[in-house]
Design a protein around this ligand. Structure first.
Ligand code: FAE
Length: 551
């Protein structure tokens, strides 16, 4: 497994001649070069002048909106096919250290870098022993967006790398027998024989060494979770992840700078995690055909003459202000702004008459992957450990009889909590719809908080059973005073421009040749497990077809 760490411009496959700084324009540096002393990779990156961000009036063959999984796959494969690609990303580049010498801030000490344009943090677990944990922060284009809709808060990554910057890296392929429900129009044979293996290889997916796991202090919480699951007759499984497991072993041995073992996760990992910056985007950079403009938010995509598209882009400053509005022309546009970002753009463009021929499926079939969180209070003789790796490595699989798959998740507080904590992915059947509110001038989502009840019931199929066996109870102090379930949120937005409904069978928006959807918006609300491997594999499948037939 590679030892790539964040900030290394020479990730596997990357050309040494094309630095990240030359690849990403408009980086929105956190700090000046003086602060970079002693940090060789970033300092080297500064030696190469950054390209100017996309210019007003520019014309590009392929424009990709967003730099998450779908966007990164599209950019790499288009570039390999000889197409010049420009990627527009509303978030920051995250390639320059902040005042503390680190690119990303710690989950335990959120600062201005933590949240997207908020003045107060909105932590998913926002209480402890009934006391609120959120704190005031300066408003800044930070890395994690807690986007609030009527009945749900949707967490998303903001920056070059999208959700890969903030997620737990859990890289799970759905069971083949579940795939028909995940993507009914896609041939499972091609996915499991070709595209899932391709995605897993390119993402650098690996699994914890089982021998090391048994003795690692940082996974005591997972071993406790396993013991409780097994005693209740529930299967425990190791869960693959894109974290560099050898690096984590060195963290534990004290021979590498701590990242997962220092509680780095939600606001970025400074080492160890192979985000898209180290994998797909590094390879895209190495082609020399891909440029990224960070802090550039797409506002509109409209038909132009010659079958092209006019894309209106707002350049942002780190306070979220618009410093320039640019109009660029693209032969092809790939919507890869994530389930929420792509859905919001398409719904608005259809409703406001910019892309009126988009079909009525646009905005529909949005789901939250059945996410629900909970904690259990263990007995005093069952500690979960003060040191917890922020990267989960195991889960409880009750998909067969309870439609629930629960990550044994960390609570990396740095103190013993006697809590077992879980994020469950359940088969919640509810689906919501995005629609344009012309009075408010924004896209809304009609999800209702009460729709989480099926998820809670499915999660109970695991945890009621464990509590009964162990003689334990739910924690009621993690999401508010006397609130057991984290049912107000999702990490896994999916759908809104579903494959073979809003698009054709490969993501084409057929009323507008040259427009494509290539991200989590294509998946109708649920993947039965964590979603990014499926998003990546589907993007690999679709872009291969698009390159073969449309270019
Ligand atoms: P995404 O990665 O969200 O990328 C979209 C990009 O587009 C973002 O960088 C946006 O900033 C950008 N964007 C949006 N609107 C615009 C616009 N108008 N103009 C320009 N740019 C725009 O999309 N999944 C797993 O499989 N395993 C995990 O362990 C896991 N843990 C997670 C933990 C957290 C805290 C969160 C938030 C998510 C987690 N996920 C996990 C979900 C996963 O990150 C998510 O499904 C993917 O990132 C979605 O990939 P997309 O390519 O659809």
């Amino acid at each position: 497994m590679s030892g790539s760490t964040l900030g290394h411009p020479t990730s596997p496959g990357a050309s040494p001649g094309v630095s990240r700084r030359a690849f990403i324009a408009g980086t929105g540096s956190v700090l000046g070069a003086a602060a970079l002393a002693g940090r060789a990779p970033a300092a080297r990156a500064h030696a190469v002048p950054a390209p100017a961000p996309i210019a007003d009036g520019a014309r590009v063959p392929a424009l990709v909106i967003g730099t998450g999984y779908g966007g990164a796959v599209a950019a790499l494969r288009l570039a390999e096919a000889g197409v010049d690609v420009h990627m527009l990303e509303m978030g920051m580049a995250w390639d320059v250290p902040g005042p503390d010498g680190k690119v990303f801030c710690n989950t335990r000490e959120p600062d201005h870098r933590s949240y997207w344009l908020r003045t107060r943090t909105k932590a998913p677990v926002n209480y402890f022993i009934g006391l609120p944990l959120d704190r005031d922060i300066p408003r800044y284009t930070g890395i994690l967006d807690a986007e609030e809709f009527g009945g749900i808060t949707v967490y998303q990554g903001r920056g070059v790398g999208g959700g890969s910057l903030v997620n737990g890296g859990m890289a799970v392929t759905p069971r083949r027998e579940d795939f028909g429900a995940v993507l009914p129009s896609v041939n499972p044979g091609e996915m499991y024989d070709v595209y899932y293996p391709r995605a897993n290889a390119a993402l650098g997916v690996g699994t914890v060494d089982p021998d090391w796991f048994e003795s690692a202090a940082c996974y005591q919480y997972t071993r406790v979770g396993r013991r409780h699951a097994r005693r209740s007759g529930l299967p425990f499984v190791f869960v693959p992840d894109v974290y560099d497991w050898e690096y984590m072993e060195r963290e534990a041995a004290g021979t590498a700078t701590k990242s997962a073992l220092a509680g780095e996760i939600l606001y970025g990992n400074n080492h160890g995690k192979k985000s898209l910056q180290q994998t797909y985007l590094a390879r895209a950079r190495a082609t020399g055909r891909v440029t990224v403009s960070a802090l550039h938010r797409v506002a509109s995509v409209a038909p132009a003459s010659g079958g092209r598209y006019t894309v209106v882009v707002e350049q942002l400053d780190t306070g979220g202000g618009v410093t320039a509005v640019k109009s660029v022309t693209a032969d092809r546009v790939f919507f890869a702004a994530g389930s929420v970002g792509t859905s919001k753009l398409l719904v608005k463009l259809k409703a406001t008459g910019v892309l009126p021929l988009l079909n009525d499926e646009v905005g529909r079939d949005w789901g939250e992957n059945g996410n629900v969180m909970c904690g259990r209070a263990n007995h005093l003789w069952d500690p979960t450990g003060a040191l917890q790796s922020a990267i989960p490595c195991g889960g409880i699989d009750n998909r067969a009889s309870g439609r629930a798959f629960a990550e044994v998740a960390p609570l990396p507080t740095g103190i013993e909590t006697f809590a077992s904590f879980y994020l469950s992915i359940t088969g919640n059947p509810h689906r919501a719809r995005f629609s344009w509110n012309p009075v408010a001038g924004r896209v809304e989502l009609d999800w209702q908080t009460a729709w989480k009840q099926p998820s809670i019931d499915m999660a109970r199929s695991i945890f009621d059973r464990i509590n009964a066996k162990e003689g334990t109870v739910y924690r009621s102090d993690l999401f508010g005073a006397y609130k057991i379930w984290g049912d107000h949120l999702t990490y896994h937005p999916l759908g809104g421009a579903v494959l073979n409904r809003a698009t054709d069978g490969h993501g084409r928006l057929t009323a507008y040749p040259g427009l494509y959807v290539i991200d989590g918006a294509l998946i109708p609300g649920n993947t039965t497990v964590n979603p990014f491997v499926t998003i990546t594999a589907l993007a690999e499948r679709n872009i291969e077809k698009i390159i073969a037939t449309d270019l």
